[in-house]
Design a binder for this molecule. Structure first.
Ligand SMILES: NC(=O)c1ccc[n+]([C@@H]2O[C@H](COP(=O)([O-])OP(=O)(O)OC[C@H]3O[C@@H](n4cnc5c(N)ncnc54)[C@H](OP(=O)(O)O)[C@@H]3O)[C@@H](O)[C@H]2O)c1
Length: 382
């Protein structure tokens, strides 16, 4: 017979609040779980926190910081079992113990292998009173996280700026700035909170971009810059190939691509990753990045790259800046294969099959964002 959890009304209410807080991280932390935490002392809320940024502090750590000294002897109600391992941040179990927390109420157990139940065991072993509620709502908040656990490729976050007539660049591909400074600031913040940023070689040839994170907030990770370049067309003199002392550059090429081209790029410090030719080259390339430790990937275009990723159902999250510019009939479509010109935000979201859609003004532009549905067959090798 299972024993029902011993949880007070104040703790249930705190857990509900923690679920609300968890949702504030939606779109910022995937494939990490969205998590919220509330610190209770004598039934009163003395601290709140959530996992707000990929690579940033976990919810418990944020809530403990909010509570300060009042965390000593307090109860922490958290939607997900506290982690017990060092990832991008230290173990939350240790932070809870260091803060002198005496009771932890957990919404649900961490489904990740290597975590499941270990955090709870560590806390109990240290004398903390631990209660697991087994909340279906907390589990629902974690769905995207559990889906991501089933696959090896990174979480793919695709962003682009698009003219009102649905283009990403003019017909002659001259470098054109479409979005405003507010959008640029947001993109630099996103670059600071991913493991890697990726473009197709067409963008490297046309724009010779830097792809570094130049936001106000310090990056949570050393940013890798990745080029999908099956035939190794990346110019050895390009900014990406010649600035590897500032940030690593990885070029993903076909196995058969010219070894001399690879040598020229590697001489500058770029790394060439080889992926065997085949019908699933795009998915295989992403899997290679996953094996190299890339868990959150920001894809910044161009048209062909976005089109191939969308067509192969390999995009998890989208951010599209709709800008007032017009680039004309012959311009390059934002996502090759999709007609997005002249549509409003809701129609664009529908064509992209987005869920959880958010539409908001960002300076002179409109940001449309959402998630693509999870594929049924996410685990390609079972
Ligand atoms: N407005 C924006 O937000 C934005 C953002 C980025 C880029 N852009 C613009 O977009 C333009 C470039 O777009 P684009 O469509 O010409 O080029 P692209 O998408 O940057 O690169 C396409 C090329 O990359 C390789 N590639 C990419 N994904 C691949 C895959 N899954 N499988 C195999 N090969 C893959 C192929 O190289 P091979 O041809 O060698 O096989 C392909 O031709 C530029 O003008 C740039 O300014 C705009």
């Amino acid at each position: 017979m299972t024993v029902p959890p011993r949880v007070t009304g104040a703790e249930r209410e705190a857990l509900r609040r923690a679920q609300e807080l968890a949702l504030r991280g939606t779109g910022e932390v995937e494939p990490n779980p969205t998590v919220g935490a509330v610190v209770l002392r004598g039934g009163e809320v003395v601290g709140e926190g959530w996992h707000a940024r990929y690579g940033g502090p976990h919810a418990e750590v944020a809530a403990l910081a909010d509570a300060g000294d009042r965390a000593r002897g307090a109860t922490v109600c958290v939607t997900l079992e506290p982690c017990c391992t060092t990832g991008k941040t230290g173990p939350c179990t240790e932070a809870l113990l260091a803060a002198g927390v005496t009771r932890v109420v957990v919404g649900c157990v961490d489904p990740a292998p290597g975590h499941a139940g270990r955090g709870l065991a560590d806390l109990r072993a240290a004398g903390v009173d631990v209660e697991v509620v087994g909340s279906p709502t907390c589990e629902a908040v974690l769905r995207r996280f559990t889906d991501a656990l089933a696959r090896r490729r990174p979480h793919v976050f695709a962003k682009w700026a698009m003219s009102a007539d649905g283009a990403i660049a003019p017909a002659d591909r001259t470098r054109t700035v479409l979005s405003g400074p507010e959008a640029h600031a947001l993109v630099h913040r996103w670059r600071g909170a991913v493991d890697a940023v990726l473009v197709g070689v067409g963008t490297v040839v046309a724009d010779d971009p830097r792809l570094t994170a130049r936001g106000d907030e310090a990056p949570t990770r050393p940013l890798r810059r990745v080029v999908l370049d099956p035939r190794l067309r990346t110019p050895p003199g390009s900014v990406l190939a010649t600035t590897t002392d500032k940030a690593p550059t990885w070029i993903v090429a076909d196995e058969e691509a010219d070894p001399r081209a690879a040598d020229a790029l590697e001489e500058h410090g770029a790394r060439v990753l080889r992926v065997p030719e085949g019908p699933e080259w795009t998915a295989d390339a992403l899997e290679v990045l996953g094996l190299e430790g890339v868990r959150r990937l920001l894809v910044e275009g161009g048209s062909d790259t976005l089109g191939r990723l969308v067509a192969a159902d390999l995009v998890d999250q989208v951010a599209c800046f709709l800008t007032p510019a017009r680039l004309g009939d012959d311009a390059l479509p934002a996502v090759a294969g999709l007609e997005l010109g002249g549509l409003d935000a809701q129609a664009i979201a529908q064509i992209l099959r987005l869920q959880g859609v958010r539409v908001e003004p960002v300076g002179p532009d409109v940001l449309v964002r959402g998630f693509r549905p999870v594929r049924e067959d996410v685990a390609r090798d079972g």
